[in-house]
Design a protein around this ligand. Structure first.
Ligand code: ZN
Length: 198
Protein backbone atom coordinates (compact mmCIF):
# COMPACT_ATOMS: atom_id res chain seq x y z
CA UNK A 1 0.00 0.00 0.00
CA UNK A 2 1.74 3.13 -1.26
CA UNK A 3 0.12 5.55 1.19
CA UNK A 4 1.06 9.14 1.93
CA UNK A 5 1.23 10.61 4.50
CA UNK A 6 2.63 7.83 6.71
CA UNK A 7 0.70 6.69 9.75
CA UNK A 8 2.69 5.07 12.52
CA UNK A 9 3.09 8.15 14.75
CA UNK A 10 -0.64 8.95 14.72
CA UNK A 11 -2.46 8.21 17.96
CA UNK A 12 -6.10 7.17 18.11
CA UNK A 13 -7.18 10.77 18.78
CA UNK A 14 -4.27 12.92 17.62
CA UNK A 15 -2.13 13.54 14.55
CA UNK A 16 1.63 13.47 15.08
CA UNK A 17 4.93 13.40 13.17
CA UNK A 18 3.58 13.92 9.61
CA UNK A 19 0.90 11.27 10.34
CA UNK A 20 -2.86 11.89 10.43
CA UNK A 21 -4.37 8.41 10.39
CA UNK A 22 -2.56 5.33 11.62
CA UNK A 23 -3.06 3.32 8.44
CA UNK A 24 -1.53 0.07 9.66
CA UNK A 25 -3.45 0.20 12.95
CA UNK A 26 -6.73 0.75 11.09
CA UNK A 27 -5.91 -2.22 8.85
CA UNK A 28 -5.16 -4.44 11.84
CA UNK A 29 -8.29 -3.41 13.70
CA UNK A 30 -10.51 -3.96 10.66
CA UNK A 31 -9.07 -7.42 10.04
CA UNK A 32 -9.78 -8.37 13.63
CA UNK A 33 -13.28 -6.84 13.83
CA UNK A 34 -14.35 -8.45 10.56
CA UNK A 35 -13.17 -11.83 11.76
CA UNK A 36 -10.53 -12.10 9.04
CA UNK A 37 -7.79 -12.63 11.61
CA UNK A 38 -7.50 -13.50 15.30
CA UNK A 39 -3.87 -12.51 15.83
CA UNK A 40 -1.85 -9.99 13.90
CA UNK A 41 1.86 -9.25 13.98
CA UNK A 42 3.07 -5.80 12.89
CA UNK A 43 6.76 -5.34 12.16
CA UNK A 44 7.77 -1.69 11.83
CA UNK A 45 11.20 -1.13 10.24
CA UNK A 46 10.85 2.64 9.79
CA UNK A 47 13.89 4.39 11.28
CA UNK A 48 11.57 6.06 13.79
CA UNK A 49 9.71 4.25 16.55
CA UNK A 50 6.02 3.80 15.75
CA UNK A 51 4.78 5.28 18.99
CA UNK A 52 1.21 5.55 17.71
CA UNK A 53 0.90 1.92 16.72
CA UNK A 54 2.52 0.83 19.97
CA UNK A 55 0.15 2.99 22.06
CA UNK A 56 -2.97 1.83 20.24
CA UNK A 57 -2.23 -1.85 20.87
CA UNK A 58 -0.16 -1.59 24.07
CA UNK A 59 -2.65 -3.49 26.25
CA UNK A 60 -3.82 -5.88 23.53
CA UNK A 61 -2.95 -9.55 23.44
CA UNK A 62 -4.18 -10.03 19.84
CA UNK A 63 -1.66 -7.67 18.22
CA UNK A 64 2.10 -8.20 18.42
CA UNK A 65 3.98 -4.99 17.66
CA UNK A 66 7.69 -5.23 16.86
CA UNK A 67 9.90 -2.28 16.02
CA UNK A 68 13.53 -1.72 15.09
CA UNK A 69 14.41 1.96 15.16
CA UNK A 70 17.14 4.51 15.80
CA UNK A 71 17.52 5.46 19.45
CA UNK A 72 17.85 8.01 20.91
CA UNK A 73 15.78 9.73 18.23
CA UNK A 74 12.33 11.13 17.47
CA UNK A 75 9.79 10.52 19.00
CA UNK A 76 11.75 9.32 22.05
CA UNK A 77 9.72 6.19 22.78
CA UNK A 78 10.60 2.58 21.98
CA UNK A 79 12.97 1.53 24.72
CA UNK A 80 13.48 -2.20 25.18
CA UNK A 81 11.73 -2.08 28.55
CA UNK A 82 8.46 -1.04 26.85
CA UNK A 83 6.91 -4.49 26.43
CA UNK A 84 3.16 -3.94 26.77
CA UNK A 85 0.83 -3.85 29.75
CA UNK A 86 -2.00 -5.84 31.28
CA UNK A 87 -3.20 -8.53 28.88
CA UNK A 88 -0.78 -7.09 26.32
CA UNK A 89 2.31 -7.69 28.44
CA UNK A 90 4.91 -9.24 26.14
CA UNK A 91 3.15 -8.28 22.89
CA UNK A 92 5.33 -5.22 22.30
CA UNK A 93 8.94 -5.82 21.24
CA UNK A 94 11.28 -2.85 20.87
CA UNK A 95 14.81 -3.07 19.50
CA UNK A 96 16.46 0.35 19.76
CA UNK A 97 19.56 0.57 17.56
CA UNK A 98 22.29 3.20 17.24
CA UNK A 99 22.85 5.67 14.43
CA UNK A 100 24.98 3.98 11.77
CA UNK A 101 23.14 0.65 11.93
CA UNK A 102 23.85 -1.42 8.81
CA UNK A 103 22.15 -4.14 6.76
CA UNK A 104 24.11 -6.85 8.60
CA UNK A 105 22.92 -5.72 12.02
CA UNK A 106 19.30 -5.49 10.93
CA UNK A 107 19.50 -8.97 9.43
CA UNK A 108 21.02 -10.39 12.62
CA UNK A 109 18.29 -8.81 14.77
CA UNK A 110 15.64 -10.11 12.37
CA UNK A 111 16.92 -13.68 12.44
CA UNK A 112 17.82 -13.99 16.10
CA UNK A 113 15.09 -11.97 17.77
CA UNK A 114 12.17 -10.87 15.59
CA UNK A 115 11.44 -14.07 13.70
CA UNK A 116 11.36 -16.26 16.85
CA UNK A 117 8.96 -13.78 18.51
CA UNK A 118 6.61 -13.84 15.54
CA UNK A 119 6.78 -17.63 15.28
CA UNK A 120 5.89 -17.99 18.96
CA UNK A 121 2.94 -15.58 18.54
CA UNK A 122 1.62 -17.49 15.49
CA UNK A 123 -0.22 -14.63 13.75
CA UNK A 124 -2.85 -15.09 11.02
CA UNK A 125 -1.58 -12.03 9.17
CA UNK A 126 1.69 -10.09 9.16
CA UNK A 127 1.64 -6.35 8.46
CA UNK A 128 4.84 -4.47 7.68
CA UNK A 129 5.08 -0.80 8.57
CA UNK A 130 7.49 -0.31 5.71
CA UNK A 131 9.40 2.88 6.29
CA UNK A 132 12.47 3.48 4.15
CA UNK A 133 13.96 6.41 6.05
CA UNK A 134 16.63 4.02 7.34
CA UNK A 135 18.14 4.27 3.87
CA UNK A 136 21.77 5.37 3.95
CA UNK A 137 21.05 8.59 2.03
CA UNK A 138 17.95 9.61 3.97
CA UNK A 139 18.09 13.23 5.19
CA UNK A 140 16.22 12.44 8.42
CA UNK A 141 17.43 9.02 9.53
CA UNK A 142 20.91 8.00 10.70
CA UNK A 143 20.86 4.34 9.67
CA UNK A 144 22.98 3.08 6.76
CA UNK A 145 20.59 0.57 5.20
CA UNK A 146 20.63 -0.16 1.46
CA UNK A 147 18.06 -1.55 -0.97
CA UNK A 148 19.78 -4.92 -0.52
CA UNK A 149 19.17 -4.76 3.23
CA UNK A 150 15.49 -3.92 2.78
CA UNK A 151 15.20 -6.73 0.24
CA UNK A 152 16.69 -9.17 2.77
CA UNK A 153 14.47 -8.23 5.69
CA UNK A 154 11.27 -8.15 3.64
CA UNK A 155 12.24 -11.49 2.12
CA UNK A 156 12.68 -13.02 5.57
CA UNK A 157 9.23 -11.79 6.59
CA UNK A 158 7.70 -13.04 3.36
CA UNK A 159 9.16 -16.49 4.06
CA UNK A 160 7.95 -16.26 7.65
CA UNK A 161 4.43 -15.39 6.48
CA UNK A 162 4.51 -18.41 4.17
CA UNK A 163 5.34 -20.68 7.08
CA UNK A 164 3.13 -19.24 9.86
CA UNK A 165 0.36 -17.17 8.24
CA UNK A 166 -0.50 -19.02 5.02
CA UNK A 167 1.36 -16.38 3.05
CA UNK A 168 -0.73 -13.46 4.29
CA UNK A 169 1.49 -10.39 4.47
CA UNK A 170 0.86 -6.73 3.63
CA UNK A 171 3.39 -3.92 3.34
CA UNK A 172 2.22 -0.40 4.18
CA UNK A 173 4.48 2.52 3.33
CA UNK A 174 5.64 4.68 6.24
CA UNK A 175 8.48 7.21 6.02
CA UNK A 176 11.20 7.67 3.43
CA UNK A 177 12.54 11.08 2.49
CA UNK A 178 15.48 10.51 0.14
CA UNK A 179 13.65 10.86 -3.15
CA UNK A 180 16.65 9.58 -5.11
CA UNK A 181 16.75 6.35 -3.11
CA UNK A 182 13.16 5.71 -2.09
CA UNK A 183 12.21 4.19 -5.44
CA UNK A 184 15.06 1.69 -5.30
CA UNK A 185 14.14 0.74 -1.73
CA UNK A 186 10.45 0.24 -2.53
CA UNK A 187 11.35 -1.75 -5.63
CA UNK A 188 13.64 -3.95 -3.52
CA UNK A 189 10.76 -4.64 -1.12
CA UNK A 190 8.38 -5.46 -3.98
CA UNK A 191 10.94 -7.84 -5.48
CA UNK A 192 11.25 -9.55 -2.09
CA UNK A 193 7.46 -9.99 -1.94
CA UNK A 194 7.67 -11.67 -5.36
CA UNK A 195 10.59 -13.87 -4.34
CA UNK A 196 12.77 -12.17 -6.95
CA UNK A 197 16.44 -11.44 -6.46
CA UNK A 198 17.60 -7.85 -6.79
ZN1 ZN B 1 10.18 7.55 9.95
Amino acid sequence: ALVRPPGHHALSDRAMGFCFVNNVAVAAEMLLRRGLAERIAIYDFDVHHGNGTQAIFYDRKDVLYLSTHQHPFYPGTGMAKETGEGPGEGTTVNVPLPSGTTDATLDEVTRSLLIPKVRAFAPDVILLSAGFDGYVGDPLGGFELTPSGFHAVVGRFRDLAESVADGRIVGVLEGGYALDGLGACVRAALYAFEGRTL
